[in-house]
Design a protein around this ligand. Structure first.
Ligand code: PGA
Length: 240
């Protein structure tokens, strides 16, 4: 099971102290061997966080990157090689918050290729908006995101997919269990041998429902991941 913390645009150096609790917990947690913990802080915190989690189970990911693997004139951008250089092992790509600000499936495809070429792993986010859900075009939407996003992508073992319905992110609303089971199965049929995580308002309250959905391979956790107690609670309850 994957437990991925997406801190979004939150956190400064002092926030890193919250990791101590999580590191301590992971040392004594019996199921630690079976889980992967990845923290994706803002880029400013990748290096300092990396230093804090050395010798722990926690790995570091970035939240986005440029589609080129070489240096270049692109003000404000960071490429995957630069992320690797400071300790990142994963990169979140295709997050709906970036799709909303204009990232296309094609651009995401280029980024996925760049990240894999750099030797990093991809957390590939897909998901339908509320409008698409109402129009009953969820599967069509996911299909398009997957087929363009993964076009000509080799080494798919370096990718995990995070299914994140846009209407569920930050809203407290999660999909109905049957819908979720169905959608995850659909994704797994479309992309063979891939891990599929769920993301969208995962918290210590709803984890008891979500953990019953057996085809989910882990969770991408936004808001609740900033609070170490909540994050630990989610992991604990998943195995209770
Ligand atoms: P949330 O965010 O858990 O706050 O809904 C999830 C995400 O955006 O990855």
């Amino acid at each position: 099971m994957y437990f991925i913390a997406n801190w979004k645009m939150f956190g400064g150096l002092s926030t890193l102290n919250s990791l101590k609790k999580v590191i301590k917990f992971l040392k004594i947690f019996k199921k630690s061997k079976n889980i992967k913990i990845i923290y994706c802080p803002p880029s400013t915190l990748i290096r300092p966080m990396f230093k804090k989690v050395i010798n722990s189970k926690i790995q570091i990911g970035a939240q986005n990157c440029h589609e080129s693997i070489t240096y270049g004139a692109s003000t404000g951008s960071i490429n995957p090689m630069m992320l690797k250089n400071v300790g990142a092992k994963y990169v979140i790509l295709g997050h709906s918050e970036n799709r909303e600000s204009g990232e296309t499936d094609k651009l995401i495809n280029s980024k996925i290729k760049a990240v894999i070429k750099s030797g990093l792993k991809v957390i590939f986010c897909i998901g339908e908006t509320i409008g698409q859900k109402r129009k009953k075009i969820t599967k069509k939407t996911l299909s398009k995101q997957i087929s363009i996003g993964l076009q000509n992508v080799k080494r798919r073992k370096n990718i995990v997919i995070a299914y994140e319905p846009v209407w569920s992110i930050g809203t407290g609303v999660i999909p109905k269990p049957d819908d979720l089971i169905n959608t995850i199965n659909f994704i797994k049929k479309k992309v063979r041998n891939i891990k599929v995580l769920y993301g969208g308002s995962v918290n210590p309250k709803n984890i008891n429902k979500l953990k019953l959905i057996k085809n989910i391979d882990g969770f991408l956790i936004g808001g609740a991941s900033q609070d170490p107690k909540k994050f630990i609670d989610i992991i604990k309850k998943t195995y209770n």
